[in-house]
Design a protein around this ligand. Structure first.
Ligand code: CP
Length: 316
């Protein structure tokens, strides 16, 4: 594997999920594989789980890790080709990525969207330029539009907890205090559909995700109706794709609470974290014995580990 930026980079998703789960039996089984290899983690934005789980995964594989917080510690990067750099940008991405590629054997990058310019965000220019210029295998740590490591961990968690071949999975929008990216729901939808899951997406009007990520899912604007007979409820806020990056306001009644979970088939509750308690989901749901949020966080380590392992095994 040379890059991991979306589900489309994976040939056999079921095998990747199974291999990731299998690592949990013996996390240090491949501790020699990454000896004398360096993983570079580049963060344009904040992170807790992605940062720590990917470092832990690298540790299991015997890799060294370098972390650069570009957002706070790095030079301001220029992305425009041919730019006259007499403004705020100090270094061109083609130089910065090339240098990081000299120091690292695999590079991971987290870059959130602007939520102002939809075309620019969905073009994923920063990620594409990194891949082009670093010239080493590349892992998305969450891009402007997708969060594939989270989705792989989510699919592993569903596989471990499903009691039927085709469980009903509901991805529900929930309220938040500020506009958030569409990366997690875009990514969750395309991984769930690729896995052949029965996926219903529910959200208030105005929050439709880009159709290319949700084609094949049932879209239901009545949250209570959507939740009926659900086996898994994945809760997430996102801002509008059509009225790009904006929120409509209201809809506090979309918070997922025990009454809503009672409509389901005793469903498991999922969230990628971080979560604003009692805004997005109630304490009662998050702390219940049907909550999988810590199982998802656990699987972030093994999702990252199986991806790094596949890259190391490809003998670049
Ligand atoms: N779920 C997730 O990606 O968490 P962080 O933003 O803390 O990395």
């Amino acid at each position: 594997m040379k890059q991991f930026t979306s589900v489309h980079d994976i040939q056999n998703v079921e095998a990747l999920i199974a291999d990731g789960i299998a690592l949990k039996n013996n996390p240090y089984q491949y501790k020699e594989l990454g000896a004398e290899k360096t993983l570079g983690l580049v963060f344009f934005n904040s992170s807790l789980r992605t940062r720590l789980s990917t470092q832990k995964a690298a540790h299991h594989l015997g890799m060294q890790v370098i972390v650069l917080n570009v957002g706070t510690d790095g030079w301001a990067l220029e992305l425009q080709d041919g730019a006259v750099m007499n403004g705020a940008s100090v270094e061109h991405i083609k130089d910065a990525a090339a240098v990081m590629g000299l120091y690292c054997d695999i590079i991971g990058v987290r870059n959130f969207p602007t939520l102002r310019d939809r075309d620019a965000d969905y073009a994923e220019d920063l990620q594409k330029q990194f891949i082009q210029h670093c010239k080493v295998p590349f892992v998305s740590l969450e891009s402007a539009t997708l969060h594939p490591l989270q989705s792989l961990a989510d699919m592993m968690t569903i596989a471990e907890n499903a009691t039927k071949k085709k469980p009903k999975i509901v991805l529900t929008w929930a309220p938040h205090v500020k506009p958030l990216p569409q990366a997690v729901p875009n990514s969750f939808a395309e991984w769930a559909l690729r896995c052949g899951h029965d996926l219903t997406i529910t959200h208030p009007g105005g929050y439709d995700l880009k159709e290319s990520f949700t084609k094949g899912a049932i879209i239901e604007h009545d949250q209570d109706k959507a939740l009926k007979n659900a086996d898994f409820v994945y809760v997430k806020n996102w801002s509008s794709y059509d009225d790009y990056g904006n929120t409509i306001g209201g809809h506090d009644d979309w918070m997922v609470n025990a009454e809503k979970m009672a409509l389901t088939n005793n469903a498991f509750a999922m969230h990628c974290l971080p979560v604003r308690r009692n805004v997005v989901m109630t304490d009662a749901v998050l702390d219940s014995n049907r909550s999988l949020v810590l199982a998802q966080a656990t699987n972030r380590v093994f999702a990252a580990q199986i991806v790094l392992q596949k890259m190391l095994e490809s003998n670049f």
